[in-house]
Design a protein around this ligand. Structure first.
Ligand code: PGA
Length: 250
């Protein structure tokens, strides 16, 4: 596990975008695993800028998002499909048929999970998966006590997660109670993992990830077993760690 320090959120976003740009320059048809939430927003802005400056193309790229709420239309402002279109896809040259999210509107959610698995497999697996980490240690929507071997599945969202995400909705009651998420096993099968952690509110979570034991009570703890993980964290998120435990990037 490699840790890289960004001095602030802007630098974290640039560093994360640089990883994706570099991946696409060596393998233009890379399969990218993408995440939503607040943390990757700056990375998407940096990618759009790089695309406009002709420093990257997504023409051959294939993407799979980690998760999607159950029950929201793709044009619902709170769906992750809407988020991805607004924050990235509509600004770049990705083919719409290559940009995938789980289908949370399916009449048969189990089939939607199986379809998603099959599509990832048919694409040859994920080359680089971007993830964030929740305040309860979740990755994707894999909440505490999700079995590590779980694959794409339907989850009942934890109250911590619903509360954290309520900021995007009119009120807490409007936050969906269920989502489809890639499982921890899918995340672990990606060839490379990039975890982004920003802000002081994530300091204790990052501290637990780095110094704590592997346990299903804290889903992110599994990533220490992944052979190719980079964590990019800003100063606030790193405030609970010993300086010797991360690179300064200087
Ligand atoms: P955030 O979410 O980027 O909005 O903090 C991360 C997560 O919950 O995985």
């Amino acid at each position: 596990m490699t840790m890289e320090k960004a001095k602030d959120y802007a630098e974290l976003s640039e560093m994360a975008a640089a990883r994706i740009i570099s991946k696409l320059s060596t393998k233009p048809d890379s399969v990218l695993g993408l995440a939503t939430g607040s943390t990757p927003e700056g990375m998407y802005e940096a990618l759009i800028k790089a695309y406009k400056e002709r420093n990257v193309s997504f023409a051959e790229a294939v993407t799979f998002n980690l998760d999607e709420y159950v029950g929201l239309e793709s044009n619902d402002e709170n769906s992750y499909a809407y988020y991805m279109n607004k924050k990235l896809f509509s600004h770049i040259d990705i083919s719409p048929e290559n940009a995938h999210l789980p289908n949370g509107k399916s009449d048969d959610l189990d089939a939607a999970c199986a379809d998603y698995e099959r599509m990832i497999e048919n694409a040859g697996g994920i080359d680089l998966q971007v993830i964030g980490i929740g305040l309860n240690g979740h990755i994707g929507f894999n909440e505490p006590h999700t079995p590590f071997e779980q694959r794409t599945h339907i989850v009942e969202l934890d109250e911590t997660t619903r509360n954290a995400n309520a900021r995007f909705f009119a009120d807490l009651d409007s936050v969906p109670k269920h989502a489809i998420t890639m499982g921890i096993q899918n995340i672990m099968e990606s060839k490379e993992l990039l975890l982004l952690v920003a802000g002081e509110q994530k300091a204790s979570v990052l501290e637990r990830l780095v110094y704590g034991d592997k346990t299903e009570a804290f889903p992110a703890s599994i990533i220490k077993d992944h052979p190719n993980v980079t964590i990019i964290a800003d100063q606030g998120a790193l405030s609970g760690l010993k300086a010797a435990d991360y690179q300064t990037g200087d």
